[in-house]
Design a protein. Structure first.
Length: 212
């Protein structure tokens, strides 16, 4: 009679040992993948609005134009003041009052200074009548024949210009440049004397009126 074999027991598996071959193997699960953050859309560069840009350009142009106008007005005002002062200096006291009742010069005959140019001396004498230039005489001029011929032609022309302008602002006579320049200088000196006499008379009148 044969003995029955004792039942086999499964070996005890230590927790530190590998999984025995007869146990089903549990597949290793992959670690959970973190969700990817949603991509941020790229920022578009801001474009300047055409209308806004046009307004800025127009504003800049307006400012520039205003500045140019201001400078032009200042320059014009300065030129006007300078021109008035220059006119008073060059013309002496040739302008009467706005009503035309006050004479610019005292009546009389006044002789200007002797002005010498490369050809000789020139001197004029002005006659004031009614506070205005009535005549201008060339009392001294170079004695050579050529100069006398030139002065004989230029003298009447310069006299008429002085009477018309009522000042020493005269145009240069063609062919008589030296004579014209000397004539003008001497004439201005004579007019200065007439204006000074007028100023003295006016001051004396004012003092006499104030003392009454």
């Amino acid at each position: 009679m044969t003995e029955a074999a004792p039942p086999t027991r499964p070996p005890v598996v230590d927790a530190g040992q590998a999984t025995p071959p007869w146990l089903p193997t549990t597949p290793a699960t992959e670690p959970a993948t973190a969700p990817r953050p949603a991509s941020t859309p790229a920022r578009r560069p801001r474009r300047k609005h055409p209308a806004r840009r046009a307004r800025m350009v127009a504003l800049a142009s307006s400012v520039a134009a205003t500045g140019g106008l201001t400078m032009a007005m200042a320059a014009t005002s300065h030129a006007s003041v300078g021109g008035t002062a220059s006119g008073l200096a060059s013309g002496g006291a040739t302008s009467a009052s706005s009503g035309g009742t006050t004479a610019a010069y005292t009546d009389g005959t006044y002789t200007g200074t002797e002005v010498t140019n490369r050809y000789g001396p020139v001197e004029v004498q002005v006659t004031i009548t009614g506070g205005k230039i009535a005549s201008v005489a060339l009392v001294e001029s170079p004695g050579d024949g050529r100069s006398q011929q030139i002065n004989a032609q230029a003298g009447p022309i310069l006299e008429q210009e002085a009477i018309s302008a009522q000042s020493s602002t005269l145009d240069i006579v063609s062919g008589a440049t030296y004579t014209t320049n000397s004539y003008v200088t001497s004439l201005q000196a004579a007019l200065d004397q007439a204006a000074a006499a007028n100023a003295t008379t006016a001051a004396a009148t004012a003092i006499g009126t104030g003392s009454k």
